[in-house]
Each structure stands twice: as structure tokens, then as C-alpha cells.
Design a binder for this molecule. Structure first.
Ligand code: AMP
Length: 147
């Protein structure tokens, strides 16, 4: 059992750990699945956010959702990619975190998600909080508390 003497870090606002929206690859409502697959393949990310014209978060799209959609009985129907819209196959039931939330909520959410999208009161997309960033911080706090 790991025991941490100082649990103060759980109260730190997540804001300072957020990868800001301009650094996050995304697609927009109305984009087709071919474009989304290109972005996903080029960046190497497993999924990326889907935003509307006003930068509000609408969903997440992954390469797996796209390939599932074009998987025919006998072959993969690549020719359908350009006619499928991201909003028809994206996941819209998402866990999100508010920019003013604390480290503890981030930690809880990242147990089940490799990253969570960060939003404000209007659901505007502000960036992402990733498991990697939170784990790095945890490591720092744990090693400090042992010293
Ligand atoms: P990481 O913890 O850095 O491995 O990131 C976990 C996941 O977060 C990746 O697989 C992506 O789906 C997403 N992600 C991380 N960084 C970015 C980024 N700059 N743009 C879009 N998605 C990202």
C-alpha cells in the first residue's frame, strides 16, 4: 500500500496540466470519415475530438469507429469513406472535465480514459488532460513525499 503524507496535490486545479486546444489535433462537424482517418493516421492518435464551428465539443472519433463502419461482409468498403460524416459515427456520450476542476477529478476520470476533454461552462473545447501528464505529476508528488 502506497502512503502519501501530503495529499494537497489532489486539490491543485487541473488548468496548469492541460494541453491547450491549439495543440490538439481535431476534426469538425461536417468533415467526412476520410478526412478524419487521414488526421488520425498522420498524427498516430487513437482518437481525436470533434468540434463545431464555435469550438464547442461535440464528440470523439477513433480509427476503430471508422473501420467498423466500413467493414462489409466480404471486404472493407473504402469507397464509402467520403460519404460518411464524422457526426454519424462519433461517440457523443463523453466524460469531460471542467477547466476549474481539481487534480483528484482528473485522476478519477483518467483511470478509465487515456485522456479527457477540458471544457468551460459553455462546453467550449479548451484542450485535453492526458493520462501521461497526470501520471508524470503523480510520480513527481510521490517521489517528493518519499524524500
Ligand atoms: P498520451 O497520454 O500522450 O499518450 O495521449 C493519450 C491520447 O490522448 C492519445 O492517444 C490521443 O488520443 C490523445 N492526444 C494526446 N495528445 C494529443 C494531441 N496533441 N492532439 C490530439 N489528441 C491527443
Amino acid at each position: 500500500m502506497i502512503s502519501v503524507n501530503n495529499r494537497g496535490f489532489l486539490e491543485i486545479p487541473i488548468e496548469e496540466f492541460v494541453i491547450s486546444a491549439e495543440k490538439v489535433a481535431h476534426v469538425q462537424l461536417g468533415n467526412n470519415a476520410e478526412h478524419a482517418l487521414l488526421v488520425l493516421t498522420k498524427t498516430g492518435y487513437s482518437s481525436i475530438p470533434v468540434l463545431d464551428m464555435r469550438y464547442r465539443l461535440k464528440g470523439l472519433i477513433s480509427a476503430q469507429q471508422i473501420t467498423d463502419e466500413i467493414l462489409g461482409l466480404a471486404h472493407i468498403e473504402y469507397e464509402r469513406l467520403s460519404s460518411i460524416k464524422v457526426e454519424d459515427i462519433m461517440k457523443s456520450d463523453l466524460a469531460t472535465i471542467h477547466i476549474n476542476d481539481k487534480f483528484q477529478r482528473g485522476l478519477d476520470l483518467l483511470v478509465d480514459n487515456p485522456y479527457v476533454c477540458v471544457v468551460d461552462d459553455e462546453h467550449t473545447f479548451l484542450g485535453i488532460l492526458t493520462r501521461r501528464v497526470i501520471l508524470k505529476q503523480m510520480k513527481k508528488y510521490l517521489y517528493q513525499s518519499q524524500a
